[in-house]
Write a protein that binds this ligand. Structure first.
Ligand code: PLP
Length: 374
């Protein structure tokens, strides 16, 4: 079998046509026609109050931290088992990060351990919908109401996924999505800030446009444009937006193809249920087929499995070292143990997953995993 890579970006075919339209126009900077088309798409489909394209999910998270007015000494609660950007965005504003552990049945954060971490310095809870599977948002939102906290959804992996029929990213006050080439919907690099609380709509646009009221000026709402707040250059060019729009037009197709691959893997591997921890989708969540993962019983087992697969020319991967144990964070006086986050760091495996994997390749990958466990 020829090499099976971990990821391959899926191109719908219309990207080049829309890129050409932008190249033939007089506007290739940001906030043009395709940016507006993408933003309207998200608002209409997922019910966000406002949507702003960003150059990455990392950028959208940084915007969340600015909008939340995070300043030195404020505490922000988030899972340890996540990507570095979830934490960096808030650290950059001076926050103190309070990590919580994962769930026994899922790498996502254990909602029942959040409340014990809330103090009078807590400003926000950042939830991460790992693998696109929803955190129990009723639990999180009721804590937020009780203690008057902001909820930010890191929905980087969670496009087109739902919590009790409500789209992820539309529940928290603010949310971020990623269109990095490893996600379901891509634009190379790219992201989205979703704003669900009207308190943030006006300021979000200013922060997005380098701290100026440029957007309001172009709508004719103010008669001159100037520097009114802090901000940065968070908006992507029309080249990125046009690429993204081609992807969005195919979202339904992309999602159904990914779900088909996911289900094929699951059907093959469910016989391993007494040997590995298979993905668990709680009844309140949907599966957006962002990834196919399972959890080995030890790091030694995982290392052996990955090298077995590599010998068969299959490139499976793992990810996320618990952030509380990272080289950067571990001197931060962090004393709490996070055994579950550590277990996912040591034992989780992600199988090759992309549109274009053939039935033969999926069979071959699954058979190779089964052979290892025989
Ligand atoms: C991919 C990812 C990010 C970062 O997304 P970028 O668009 O690359 O900045 C942040 N958080 C999580 C959970 C992710 O999976």
């Amino acid at each position: 079998m020829k090499k099976i890579t971990f990821n391959r970006p899926y191109i719908t075919g219309n990207e080049i046509q829309y890129l050409n339209k932008v190249l033939g126009s007089t506007k290739i900077a940001g906030n043009g026609k395709y940016t507006k088309k993408c933003q309207s798409y998200f608002v209409n489909k997922y019910g966000f109050k406002k949507a702003l394209l960003t150059t990455s999910c990392t950028d959208a998270l940084e915007m969340c931290a600015i909008l939340a007015n995070i300043s030195s000494g404020d505490e922000v609660i988030m899972p340890s088992y996540t990507f570095v950007s979830t934490a960096n965005a808030f650290l950059l504003r001076g926050a103190k990060i309070k990590f919580v552990d994962s769930r026994e049945d899922h790498p996502g954060m254990n909602e029942d351990t959040i409340e014990a971490n809330i103090t009078d310095k807590t400003k926000a809870i950042v939830v991460v919908h790992y693998a696109g599977v929803a955190v129990d948002m009723d639990k999180v939102m009721s804590l937020a109401n009780k203690y008057d906290l902001l909820v930010i959804e890191d929905a980087a992996q969670a496009i087109d996924s739902y919590y009790k029929d409500t789209p992820l990213g539309s529940i928290g006050h603010l949310s971020s999505f990623s269109f990095h080439e490893t996600k379901n919907i891509i634009s190379g690099e790219g992201g989205l800030l979703a704003i669900n609380d009207g308190e943030f709509t006006q300021r979000s646009e200013i922060i997005w446009e380098k701290g100026t009221n440029r957007s309001a000026f172009f709508r004719g709402e103010v008669d001159k444009y100037g520097w009114v707040d802090i901000g940065s250059s968070f908006l992507p060019s029309e080249l990125i937006a046009s690429f993204l729009y081609a992807q969005l037009e195919q979202l339904v197709v992309i999602q159904s193809q990914r779900k088909k691959i996911w289900t094929q893997y699951f059907e093959f591997l469910k016989t391993l249920k007494n040997k590995v921890q298979l993905p668990n989708i709680p009844e309140y969540a949907t599966n957006n087929a962002h990834m196919f993962y399972f959890v080995c019983s030890s790091i030694e087992e995982r290392t052996a499995l990955l090298s077995h697969l590599k010998e068969k020319n299959i490139y499976a991967v793992f990810h996320y070292q618990s952030l509380h144990k990272s080289e950067f964070f571990r001197n931060n006086n962090h004393k709490k143990l996070m055994p579950l986050s550590d277990r996912y760091s040591d034992c989780l495996v992600r199988l090759p997953f992309y549109i274009g994997l053939t039935d033969d390749e999926i069979n071959y990958v699954a058979e190779s995993v089964l052979e290892f466990y025989k």
